[in-house]
Design a protein around this ligand. Sequence first.
Ligand SMILES: [Zn+2]
Length: 462
Amino acid sequence: MTNSAMATWIKQPAAVFTGNDADSSDGIVVRGNRIVELVGGGRAPETPVDNVFDASGRVLLPGLINGHHHFYQSLTRACPPALNKPLLGWLQSLYPIWANLDEAAVAVSTRLVMAELMLSGCTTTSDHHYLFNAALDQAIDIQAEAAAELGMRAVLTRGSMTVSVEDGGWPPRSITEPETTVLDESERLIRRYHDGAPHAMLQIALAPCAPLLVTPDLMRESARIARAHGVRLHTHLGETLDEDELCMSSFGMRPVDYLADVGWLADDVWLAHGIHFTHPEIERLGSAGVGVCHCPSSNMLLASGICPVNDLVSAGAPVGLGVDGSASNDSSNLMQEVRQALLVGRLRYGADSVSHESVLRLATRGTADLLARPELGELRPGAAADVALFGLDEARFSGHGDPLAALVRCGASRVSDLMIAGAWRVKGGELVDVDLDALIREHGRIADTLAEQAGSPARRSR
Ligand SMILES: [Zn+2]
């Protein structure tokens, strides 16, 4: 860990992506939890430095930021009953397994996924946890404890589902909650954990799972509470064409009209997926400043469609990147998601309309904008000392002509080093102070238990 009074020069990387126009070709100086200086080409730092970190042969990036996830789903990756199904069938196959989630499952999946994300270059993550049952009412408290223990910056969203299958929704009643519980818990969690100051390590947002899975009242009341406390709002929207039809039959309007109707067409909202919008709807979202988190791997695996990233950006909507839950991705590797955004973006818009820089921007400044965190996602003096370094010594990079382009195009997947708020969390390719092998064993054991409880062939013998 870096002593907070010490200044460290991360010196002379092979390439730097700052996220802005500044020259940082000889590295950066960090002190405490901030970047204090960018070091331009051919000179030494002006700041007196105590330590030098030799970054030669490595690419330096602002820490990547994950805008959408469901950590608990890592316990049902590549789950046999859910393979090869679109969203609704996939969900219906998984609800019986997820219904038995308990505190130990949330604790181990949060730790495992945070470790996985950090190894992929991620320094800040959000999570969308909307699953509560009789054995699990403290999920966000457990996640907050895990984030503090691992030293990862987090935006934990208090999700909710209140409309069960009996009431025309999708989930079983055992994993839906009364609205009063959702609202009381939302207030409690904000008061207990939300830090609204710049450089906060933990923030809370409110996140009804999807408009079809809660009532209009809960959408409105969640917005009222969020705005009273200055926290952000998040939900799934525009993921499938089925959703358009169900929204018409349930509410008599399309999803974006519904968003406006419940007071969510505003710049304190970010949406997961955002695929199926008409052009006027894209213009409306952009004018209102509603953010969209692009989740390309999940969208491709569930065959949901392609997010119109360039159109949303042109319309003025903030667009960031997320891995989505580990039952639909099924990975939590944010650097690989950057490559997926490049590939699917080019398929939609053409090779000259999506670059390695533009997709890196999605995963850094883009997601920082979704979370309203101007101090993240960029290398500049005063910004957070959150950085990722990737080595280029693997076979996959050999022969490259441009280190930054190679990082994205050749498929980087694991950092050499990672710093969060000035503290090294990965060094030499290994997590600091985390026994990853033990964590994987415990995670696998709990995944087995969940599968057995559901009587599901969810885990084939290994
Ligand atoms: Zn999701």
